[in-house]
Ligand binder design. Structure first.
Ligand code: PEP
Ligand code: MG
Length: 543
């Protein structure tokens, strides 16, 4: 038996045969062509076929992983149509009289290297995408069958890495788990695995690829981030027990649907869900969350090619509010910048984007953009129970400016006889140490606080949340972060407002007791964590 550790990105145990992902890569040689025009036509045909394939994959992804995740294949189509990319290919064919395969391979490599060298995590990730579309073109040109994994029976997919299109193309009913040698927890494959709820371990290193070559059986423990190759009987038995325990646990958790989030001593807490898209509402409802504690509205902007209009935003917010049928929905205003880049904002490159021009700073310097979103939110408020919160707050003057703009928007709407709710709660995110430290001054200005522990941890511990190299230095349970949350909770309650946590830490059940002792009123977590958290709460006794 060989045991290899990696990073678990989606929990669960899978036991099964190995299916090594065969990309069917084609070796491209520099071949001379006589007829350049004919070669260009060959390229155009391969491109048209690739476009059609991407349309099919997009449709499949839409059903399997939702619109937000399927969007990547729209991006692939846009990249395939990119002028610079196509000009480079045609130029190489024309000037060097070489085959399309060679022109695509050279262009793909150049573009991938260019993206990888950029000082921006989002653009770095595009490097894999440009390789993906170039491989697709080369395969079409070589008339090779699509490669991929020949999964006839349910198996565990082992690969060096998986491109998003490769992940989505697999027949999910036959995929027991994913194991990859490379990849980061923010990669699309990791995100897709979590969305599809398939156990996944990434970053096992290359030794895994050799070790699984002749393996009969492997076990993936997605929670522990470990794989066992040709496991011994004792390990198989242990893992089967763990698998059964997981299944039983899920059944037990399902029985908690409809039950209260209350501790044994009677302390109640709201358990809400975080979403990034309208398509996540189904999971919120199935997992019986009490409401939406964080709707990351910037995804509406990230998914668009231009500023979403007031009407487009209004429709999206209205749909969320109506689907939640009177349950509280807290929508966070635009939080772009740093890792969330949107081309049409023209934000430009910064040396320290996480400390730069982002979130509320953009909204306050470009109120015309902010007002469109606020108008859409206020108009939608007539259709449900809306709360609005503002990200990246550091000062009293920012909140004063926000409230002034909110008042202007309300006055405009009233003047135009447009209805809006008069009971919208307005809150701020506590995600900078500054906001936590002056939370006594901020609390009288708002209706609630919501703690963004992802950013609060990054800014308190000086740990870039995008940089996996410093994981060991980023203690998510650091006393400094917990004390800042405690301070904000005290100041919230002293001023008669409520406080929630919507960062990833809210789902960490080893901290639930501490959070409840601080008096945290709401924990907002990804939909899949709701029932587990409810279970923890119901077994706590704060006496
Ligand atoms: C946070 O910072 O904890 C948060 C909830 O916001 P985001 O992760 O979107 O920055
Ligand atoms: Mg944040």
């Amino acid at each position: 038996m060989i045991k290899i550790s990696g990073k678990g990105v989606c929990g669960g145990i899978a036991i099964g045969k190995v299916s090594k992902f065969d990309r069917g890569d084609v070796k491209v040689k520099r071949a001379h062509v006589e007829d350049v025009e004919k070669e260009k036509k060959r390229y155009e045909a391969a491109k048209a076929a690739a476009e059609q394939e991407l349309d099919e994959i997009y449709k499949k992804a839409l059903v399997e992983v939702g619109e937000a995740n399927a969007q990547i294949f729209e991006i692939h189509k846009m990249m395939l149509d990119d002028d610079d990319y196509n000009d480079s290919i045609i130029n190489i064919i024309e000037t060097q009289a070489v085959s399309s395969e060679y022109a695509v391979a050279v262009t793909g490599d150049n573009f991938a290297q260019m993206f990888a060298a950029m000082d921006d995590a989002y653009m770095n990730a595009r490097s894999a995408d440009v390789k993906d579309i170039s491989n697709r073109l080369i395969k079409n040109l070589s008339k090779e069958s699509g490669g991929g994994s020949d999964v006839n029976e349910a198996a565990i997919i082992c690969a060096d890495d998986l491109a998003p299109s490769e992940t989505v193309s697999l027949d999910k009913s036959k995929v027991l788990a994913f194991v990859t040698a490379y990849g980061s927890s923010n990669s699309h494959t990791a995100i897709l695995a979590r969305t599809m709820n398939i156990p996944a371990v990434i970053g096992t290193g290359e030794e895994m690829l050799k070790a699984v070559d002749n393996a009969e059986l492997i076990i993936v423990d997605g929670k522990a981030g470990v794989i066992y190759i040709d496991p011994d009987d004792k390990t198989i038995e242990e893992m089967r027990e763990k698998q059964n325990a997981d299944a039983k646990r899920r059944e037990l958790l399902d029985q908690l649907k409809g039950k209260e989030n209350v501790t044994l001593d009677g302390t109640k807490v709201n358990i809400f869900s975080n979403i990034g898209s309208i398509n996540d509402i189904g999971a919120v409802l199935t997992n019986d969350a009490g409401g939406i504690g964080l709707f990351r509205s910037e995804f509406l902007y990230l998914e668009s090619e231009d500023f979403p209009t007031e009407e487009e935003q209004f429709r999206a917010y209205k749909r969320v509010l109506e689907s939640m049928a009177g349950k509280k929905v807290i929508i966070r205003t635009l939080d772009i910048g740093a890792d969330k880049q949107v081309d049409y904002f023209g934000l430009g490159k910064e040396d320290n984007p996480a400390l730069g021009y982002r979130a509320i700073r953009i909204c306050l310097t470009q109120p015309e953009i902010f007002k469109v979103q606020l108008r859409a939110l206020y108009r939608a408020s007539a259709y449900g129970n809306l709360g609005i919160m503002f990200p990246m707050i550091t000062s009293v003057s920012e909140v004063e400016k926000i409230m002034k703009i909110v008042d202007e928007v309300k006055a405009e709407l009233s003047e135009q006889d447009i209805m809006y709710s008069d009971s919208i709660e307005l809150g701020i995110m506590i995600e900078t140490p500054a906001a936590a430290i002056i939370s006594d001054m901020l609390a009288p200005m708002v209706d609630f606080f919501s703690v963004g522990t992802n950013d609060l941890t990054q800014y308190t511990l000086a740990c870039d949340r995008q940089n996996s190299k410093i994981d060991d230095f980023c203690d998510t349970h650091h006393e400094a972060v917990l004390r800042l949350i405690e301070l904000a909770a005290k100041n919230a309650h002293d001023n008669g407002i409520w406080i929630g946590i919507c960062g990833e830490l809210a789902a960490d059940t080893t901290l639930t007791e501490r959070f409840l002792r601080m008096g945290i009123d709401e924990l907002s977590v990804s939909p899949g964590h709701v029932l587990n958290l409810r279970n923890t709460v119901r077994n706590l006794d704060l006496r």
